[in-house]
Design a protein around this ligand. Structure first.
Ligand SMILES: [Zn+2]
Length: 118
């Protein structure tokens, strides 16, 4: 295990915070975004937009913010348990590149597919 778990934990906490804020913005809708569009608000929105494009998170955010927040919680718990980085279903190691792309991933790609298929 060469993964720096503390770095992962910090990353997950940041991600959770980001998702909670973004989910809130989605709920609030355009009205509050309009209010923010003056002076400092423009900067804020630009930063916010930049934050949101850097991961696959935003593509599914509107439907899945709650689900992702839950997965982050589970992933954090798995860091504590020492099982982070292994698939919660089959127990295999989750490939590093998947963890890089989706730090809250708790299933390997195969199991994720199976789960999505139902
Ligand atoms: Zn698996």
């Amino acid at each position: 295990m060469t993964v720096d778990l503390e770095a992962r934990r910090a990353e997950l906490l940041v991600l959770r915070d980001r998702i909670e804020r973004a989910a809130h913005d989605v709920v609030e809708g355009d009205e509050s975004a309009g209010e923010l569009s003056s002076a400092a608000g423009d900067q804020h929105l630009a930063d916010h937009a930049a934050e949101l494009v850097d991961r696959e998170v935003d593509s599914s955010l509107e439907e899945n913010a709650e689900q992702i927040a839950h997965e982050i919680e589970v992933a954090l718990g798995r860091i504590d348990e020492g099982t982070y980085g292994t698939c919660a279903r089959c127990g295999k190691d989750i490939p590093e590149e998947r963890i890089e792309a989706v730090p809250y991933a708790i299933l390997c790609v195969d199991c994720k597919r199976l789960e999505e298929r139902g």
